[in-house]
Ligand binder design. Structure first.
Ligand code: ATP
Length: 250
């Protein structure tokens, strides 16, 4: 692991019988940078993020986050990390405020009321703080999930499709909040996304997965240049369809 790499992955694998969800990937993410995990449905993005969080045991390989082995020493670094995922649901009957308070306590946040007030305003969720979480729309839940992810001011933020259910205006505001947070705090972001303009705007580095393997990696501008395309949307289609620099990949 280089000094500046706060996430380092080597030969990471997750197999389910014959299914190779993740099949020997390696990458490093530098402190303060933003990296995107891209790939079509079933490429292995969510599985990779779940292993980085220590929620899934790898079949093989090595993960180091902030210099600690995951999953072995995950409890040493989990307080310095956080995540959001559309697959995570919060207790439906608790209010938004109650849910966030529980997480704030779990993360040992000081001055919880002030922190929640600030996040409530920033993410524009204070209007439904007193409502049961289960009564919120998908986009409102996503904003609450982002608030939960920022509660402990994490150094490492893992985001699985952070703006998937948001309208374009709200998605844009959430991206601004995430970049402002990253720039202010020096946090490192790793996100899975299907939104290529989001990737171009937020990310320094892209890792493209197909069937559990890395098929391309680099800075968005570098990839656009390499593939001779006008944007990441076109590059994504080329890579997903197996075209490499104009040639068809095996
Ligand atoms: P999407 O964009 O659709 O969210 P993804 O890139 O996040 O896709 P994963 O959810 O990581 O993909 O899935 C990778 C592969 O692993 C898929 O083929 C999936 O069917 C398989 N898979 C994931 N979890 C399991 C499981 N528990 N048992 C068997 N196969 C699994």
């Amino acid at each position: 692991m280089t000094d500046s790499a706060v996430i380092a992955v080597e030969d990471l694998r997750k197999h389910y019988g014959a299914v190779r969800a993740v099949d020997g990937i390696g990458f490093a993410v530098a402190r303060g940078s933003t990296c995107a995990l891209l790939g079509g449905n079933g490429a292995g993005k969510t599985t990779t993020i779940a292993m980085l969080l220590g929620l899934l045991l790898p079949t093989g390989g090595r993960i180091q986050i902030l210099g600690e082995d995951i999953p072995r020493h995950r409890y040493r670094v989990l307080p310095r990390m956080n995540f959001s995922s559309p697959y995570m649901d919060l207790p439906q009957r608790l209010t938004v405020n109650e849910n966030l308070t529980v997480y704030a306590r779990l993360y040992g946040v000081r001055r919880i009321r002030e922190r929640l007030e600030k996040l409530g305003q920033e993410l524009d969720i204070d209007a439904f703080f007193k409502r049961p979480y289960g009564s919120l729309s998908a986009g409102q839940k996503t904003r609450v999930a982002l608030a939960k992810a920022l509660l402990n001011e994490p150094e490492i933020l893992l985001l699985d499709e952070p703006t998937a259910s948001l309208d374009p205006d709200t998605a844009d505001r959430m991206r601004s909040i995430l970049t402002a947070y990253r720039d202010r705090s020096g946090a490192t972001l790793l996100l899975a996304s299907h939104n290529m303009s989001e990737v171009e705007r937020l990310c320094d580095q892209v890792i493209m997965l197909r069937a559990g393997r890395i098929v391309a990696a680099g800075a968005p501008r570098e990839l656009i240049h390499r593939y001779g395309r006008k944007d990441m949307e076109e590059v994504f289609l080329d890579i997903a369809r197996g075209i490499r620099d104009g040639e068809v990949m095996a």
